[in-house]
Design a protein around this ligand. Structure first.
Ligand code: AMP
Length: 356
């Protein structure tokens, strides 16, 4: 892996922030992570998990044999941090490969989220390369709506990711609690995500797995795209890997065609639909039916959705990727202008605060 010692954690910088639900890789072949049906169940399981553990980790982790992680292919850089430098606090949540804690740098007092991943689990599920890709991509991103990965280090048993702290937790949880978001809130959120994707696509990064579980909420309702486990840096070539979450997969991936950045536009269309309707548009009882709906179905809209919102979603969910609306066009769409511009911009600012 290229050396990925990310920026150091400076005292005084903003500290809001995640990563996620690492998709499974079996037999060296990437497979699809669980679909929406399982999502709520998994979220509930993780919720009960949350209250169970107290983080007494600092002491526990001390004294572990230092360094050497060739098993993960992580370069043997001299780490800028170790557990000796960090106080570990409350557990924020858990995923398949480990847990996330509030943590503080002893020297600077800087607070961040410490994600502790179990190497044996990563290796068992063959997701080492995904983690490497995620670290490489996320540590190089600098955008207010992309969760910062400040740094990482590892010891014999674990990999430690130092992440921006997102006090609001997962957007998925908020959407589950509320059922749907208002058009004003959806537009405000959507604008932030579109701007994050403008940044990513400008750097030839395709995310490929946008969904509410992969978005965290920072201070003042600032959204943070968190999980880059499926992201690729694809400056030239078109990709052919089947990846992402089934409900969010675009027709070109379902049909195993090569694809490019347009997959993220489709993902944004599905996401906006889910914000407004509370479920993805092509949800079906099983995988084959979901795939059929994705390739040939037309989304149906409940009556409360405005004409402009329907128009925007339909233009993003165009089956032909070349005909999907571009990111720049989204920001100029009347629904976005109406909800995020003019007087509404001030209302949004008062209600949800500014982006940080
Ligand atoms: P993950 O293993 O990345 O799915 O994270 C598990 C849970 O930890 C998430 O559902 C969040 O509630 C919480 N979490 C993860 N990363 C952060 C973060 N950077 N800031 C705050 N909470 C986080």
């Amino acid at each position: 892996m290229a050396s990925v010692q990310a920026a150091s954690v400076d005292k005084g910088k903003e500290n809001d922030a995640k990563e996620e639900n690492a998709p499974v890789v079996s037999g060296g072949k990437e497979t699809t992570p669980p679909c929406k049906k399982q999502r709520a169940r998994e979220a509930a399981a993780r919720g009960s998990d949350k209250s169970s553990e107290k983080a007494q980790l600092a002491g526990h982790l001390k004294g572990l044999p230092a360094q050497v992680a060739e098993d993960l292919g992580i370069g043997i850089e001299i780490p800028w941090f170790s557990m000796e430098d960090i106080d570990v606090g409350r557990r924020l949540g858990g995923g398949k490969f480990g847990s996330v804690y509030v943590a503080r740098c002893r020297r600077s007092g800087f607070c961040f989220a410490l994600k502790i991943l179990n190497k044996a689990q990563l290796i068992k599920h063959r997701v080492e390369h995904q983690l490497r890709r995620e670290i490489e991509i996320q540590s190089h991103c600098r955008h207010v709506n992309i969760l910062r990965l400040y740094s990482f280090f590892h010891d014999e048993k674990r990999v430690y990711l130092m992440l921006e702290l997102a006090p609001g937790g997962e957007l998925f949880g908020l959407l589950q609690n509320r059922g749907t978001f208002s058009e004003a809130r959806s537009a405000w959120y959507f604008k932030q995500l579109v701007e994050a994707f403008q940044y990513c696509h400008g750097k030839n990064i395709i995310h490929r797995d946008i969904k509410p579980e992969n978005i965290l909420i920072g201070l003042k309702d600032t959204l943070k795209i968190a999980d880059f486990g499926w992201a690729v840096h694809a400056p030239t070539s078109r990709r052919e890997t089947f990846c992402g979450t089934l409900d969010y997969l675009p027709p070109e991936i379902v049909a195993s065609k090569s694809y490019g950045k347009h997959v993220d536009l489709w993902g944004l269309g599905i996401l906006l639909y889910e914000f407004l309707v509370g479920k993805p548009p092509f949800e079906a009882p099983d995988q084959p039916r979901t795939c059929r709906k994705i390739t040939s179905g037309v989304p149906s809209f409940p009556p409360h959705i405005t004409r402009e919102a329907k128009d925007l979603i339909s233009r993003l969910l165009h089956k032909d990727p070349k005909h999907r609306m571009t990111l720049d066009q989204i920001l100029l769409h009347p629904w976005m202008v109406e909800n995020c511009g003019g007087d509404n911009a001030n209302i949004l600012h008062r209600k949800y605060g500014g982006m940080m």
